[in-house]
Structure formats: structure tokens, C-alpha cells
Design a protein. Structure first.
Length: 480
């Protein structure tokens, strides 16, 4: 153990113990007994930065955040500071002999050291660096009988150690959140989800049709190659690419072809008639438009959406003989957005499974693949009736009362994204409520009120084999 002479000592040789091993870089003078003298004068800033802190493993005493009592007060062999050996004298809280307060979590997980999986858990707010320094100085004063002078060697050591302790506390606080499905975010949330077979959904490209046209019939065939690029109106309009080669035959003035957005995401969704710019112009073609809306574009799944699916899996785990078993088998397919599994009216042992796909809908090939997978894993005596859910498109026409500082263009972009996310969260067979949609839009912070056109957007009853889907979106600004 090193000892350090305190500058506030009234007698020569008045030393204070400093339980953390400290050393100093070459160049910092001592009084000949490895005790640092007072630091002052022109060299003070340079000398003070020469201090290096070496903290032996197990010597840190910190505020407990994970619910498992820290081993900081234990010496090798199991003896605890202030005890004669055996188990720690401070397993559940209180203050250890070094004066560092022990704090444990609630939710019943503290005793076992486990992570709480309770939504309403009570977690103490992490202690600030300033509060930690103040607490260490107060405890020092209780033990030594005097407080360290500001910028003294003792004060510097306390502050450096407090910084290290604060870093440890912050790391433990972060780790606690990332191991709890209610608070984890990003890659850590994905890791928790993967453990239960739930994966983040990737972004999808919007799909639709483009119509190429000429003013008067041509006397020869006009070829439009695959990869022809068009764009929506506006400076930052989304771009669209044709997926196959088509020919506008002689005597005709227009031809349609399949196309998709150049980039994945909701930005690729476009209303009918909004794609009018030719970026790469095929020879002989004079105009382009989209006769129907581009739809199905989705952003990468948000943390909240992934969290909702993960918590549903935790709450209703598949057990091989329940509805959740078949639900999770279907949800494991990457093309599925939502599924409803209900007892069939045909009798005992029969289940009806209605599936809604992502993007523009479930393809027949994907549906057949799901059927084959379920047939291989279904139980004996169980009959499965599998079909695609009928999509009920609900148009959204609303008047927005904008928050101060928001333009209609910016607010519309944010609200459109919220509307898309809201419809994707509605499961098969669930009713559509305008009040819930309004809450989602107001929750963006862009608007303070939403008024729907009751002739266009109203509550819609959805049956067990149907799924609510977003239709045309029209957003207007409320008049002052």
C-alpha cells in the first residue's frame, strides 16, 4: 500500500492511506520516500498531467447497477473488508467500510443477479461524476478529519479515480439496458431477437408500372430497354428503373412495363401520375407516367417494431402444440408481415391461417413455400387451412395543424412515414381506428392536431381473414 502526504496535514509525517495503487510517470519529483510533494508554479499543469492511475483488478468499489453485489469489498479467500472471512457483510445494500454506498435494483432480479424483464422496472438514475467526487471527498473527510484542499495531490487523485469509477458505472448502465428487451437498441436488440428466432426486416423497394408514350402512332417498333431510368417530379424526386425490355409496337401510342424504385425505402412510394421525368430517354419515346401508384416501399424495420415482435414472442412462446407455434413458423418467413391463426369453423383440430405479406403483398410462390413448411411440421390430427389475407385499402385524407417552425412539405414527409409504420403494425384481423392513426401522426412532433375527412377516412371493421392496408394519402394544411 502506498501512503501519501497530505498538504493539509498539520504535522510532519501525517500520512493518509490511499487504498488504490498509484504511481507516477518519470519526471514527477517526490520527497525521497515516494510521497508526492506540493505541486505549484509554472510546472504545475505539466506535472499534474503526468499522473498515471493503475487500478488493480478487484480494487474498484462502485455503485452497483446490475443487481449483483460487487466483489469490490472482498479480499482473496473470500474475506470481506471489515469482516473475519466468509460471505460479504454487505450483500444487499448499505455502506461498505470504504464508504461507497451499495444500491440494488428492484423487480426481484437483484437477489439472483439476473436481468429484470419487467416493463415497469425501477432503475436508479446513474450517479453523476460531480456527485461521485463530492461523496468521495465527504467520506475522506469523515475518515481523515479534514477535507482535501482543491487541486491538492489528494484532490487530484480523488478526481482521477472518480473519473475511472464513473466510466465503469456508465459501462454497467449501458450493459444493463442492452441486455433487457425493453430498453436494448440497435445491434444489441437484434442480438436479443435472434436468440428467439426473430430477425429485423430489411428495407423493400416500391414497385409499380410505368407507361411510355408518344404523341402520334409510330410506323415502326420502338424498343424500351430494361434499366431505363425515370424520376418523380421535384428536385429530389425518387428514381425508378424498368425491370424488363418492352416494345411499343407500330401503330400504338403507349406501352406499360413493370418498374421498381432505384432505392429501398418508403420514399419510393409515389402517387399515380407523379413519375413524369425521363432520365434516360429511349430513342423515339416522348413521355412517361405511372398509371397507378408505386407502393410496397418500406424502410428497414425500426427498433420499436422489432421490439414489439420480440416481446410478443416472449409473452406467447411457441410450445409445439399451440397457436403461437404455427404463428411463429409463419412469421419466420421473410416475406410475411402479419399472420392470424384461429380455430376453424370446420371442427376440432382444424386451424385457419391468414397471411399478409410485406410490400405489395404475398406472392403465390411464397405462399406455397409456407404451405409446404407447415405441412412438414404440423402435428398429427391437425388440419391447416392456409390462405392470403384480403387487403382492405384505407385511404387517408387529413388536415394537419402544424407545429411552429414546420412547413407542410416537411411535416407531410414525416407524417407519411408515420402512417406507413402505423399500417404495418396493424395485424391481420384487427380493426382500423382513426384515433390511433391520429395519435401516431401527432407523436411525430410535426403536428399538434389532425382532422380526417369523414367521407374518406373512418374506422373500419376488419374480419379474421382481412388486413388493413394503406391507400392513397392526401395531406393538407389547416387554414389559419
Amino acid at each position: 500500500m502506498h501512503y501519501m502526504r497530505d498538504e493539509n496535514g498539520t504535522e510532519a509525517g501525517n500520512f493518509e492511506p490511499f487504498d488504490t495503487a498509484l504511481d507516477f510517470m518519470g519526471g514527477l519529483k517526490t520527497d525521497g520516500r515516494r510521497n508526492p510533494p506540493s505541486i505549484f508554479g509554472e510546472d504545475e499543469p505539466l506535472l499534474r498531467t503526468g499522473i498515471c492511475l493503475f487500478v488493480p483488478m478487484g480494487s474498484l468499489v462502485y455503485v452497483n447497477r446490475v443487481g449483483k453485489p460487487a466483489a469490490a469489498n472482498e479480499r482473496p479467500g473470500g474475506a470481506s473488508r471489515g469482516s473475519q472471512g466468509g460471505a460479504s457483510a454487505y450483500p444487499g445494500g448499505g455502506t461498505d467500510p470504504c464508504g461507497m454506498e451499495r444500491r440494488s435494483m428492484s423487480c426481484g432480479a437483484a437477489a439472483s443477479g439476473g436481468l429484470p424483464h419487467c416493463k415497469n422496472q425501477e432503475v436508479n438514475q446513474m450517479e453523476s461524476y460531480e456527485a461521485l467526487v463530492e461523496r468521495m471527498e465527504r467520506r475522506y473527510e469523515e475518515l481523515a478529519g479534514f477535507s482535501p484542499r482543491y487541486a491538492s495531490d489528494t484532490d487530484i487523485r480523488i478526481r482521477v479515480l472518480a473519473g475511472e469509477l464513473y466510466s465503469c458505472m456508465a459501462a454497467v448502465e449501458w450493459l444493463e439496458k442492452q441486455k433487457n428487451p425493453y430498453t436494448a437498441v440497435g445491434a444489441e436488440l437484434e442480438s436479443l431477437a435472434r436468440e428467439r428466432g426473430v430477425f429485423r426486416r430489411e428495407a423493400l423497394k416500391a414497385k409499380g408500372k410505368l407507361r411510355f408514350s408518344i404523341l402520334s402512332p409510330s410506323w415502326y417498333d420502338i424498343e424500351i430497354p430494361a434499366g431505363t431510368v425515370c424520376a418523380a417530379e421535384g428536385e429530389n424526386g425518387a428514381r425508378y428503373i424498368t425491370l424488363q425490355k418492352v416494345v411499343l409496337p407500330q401503330g400504338s401510342t403507349s406501352v406499360d412495363t413493370a418498374a421498381e424504385a432505384e432505392l429501398s425505402g418508403e420514399k419510393g412510394n409515389a402517387a399515380a401520375g407523379s413519375v413524369t421525368e425521363l432520365v434516360t430517354v429511349p430513342v423515339g419515346i416522348e413521355g412517361v407516367t405511372n398509371p397507378s401508384a408505386f407502393s410496397g416501399g418500406e424502410d428497414t424495420e425500426t427498433d420499436e417494431s422489432l421490439r414489439r415482435r420480440l416481446l410478443q414472442m416472449i409473452e406467447y412462446p411457441p410450445q409445439g402444440s399451440n397457436i403461437s407455434y404455427y404463428r411463429q413458423l409463419v412469421m419466420g418467413h421473410p416475406s410475411v408481415r402479419s399472420v392470424s391463426v384461429v380455430p376453424a369453423a370446420s371442427g376440432s383440430g382444424a386451424l385457419e391461417i391468414y397471411i399478409d405479406g410485406r410490400g405489395v403483398g404475398l406472392k403465390e410462390a411464397d405462399l406455397e413455400e409456407i404451405r409446404r413448411g407447415l405441412e412438414e411440421k404440423r402435428e398429427l390430427g391437425v388440419t391447416l387451412e392456409i390462405s392470403s389475407a384480403e387487403r382492405i385499402k384505407i385511404p387517408v385524407k387529413a388536415v394537419l395543424s402544424l407545429q411552429p417552425g414546420w412547413s407542410l412539405e416537411r411535416a407531410s414527409e414525416v407524417c407519411r412515414k408515420a402512417i406507413g409504420e402505423f399500417f404495418r403494425s396493424i395485424e391481420v384481423g384487427r380493426k382500423f381506428h382513426t384515433s390511433a392513426l391520429a395519435a401516431a401522426m401527432i407523436g411525430t412532433g410535426a403536428v399538434w392536431n389532425v382532422t380526417f375527412d369523414s367521407k374518406v377516412t373512418t374506422d373500419v371493421e376488419i374480419s379474421r381473414g382481412q388486413a388493413a392496408a394503406c391507400g392513397e394519402i392526401i395531406l393538407e394544411e389547416a387554414k389559419a
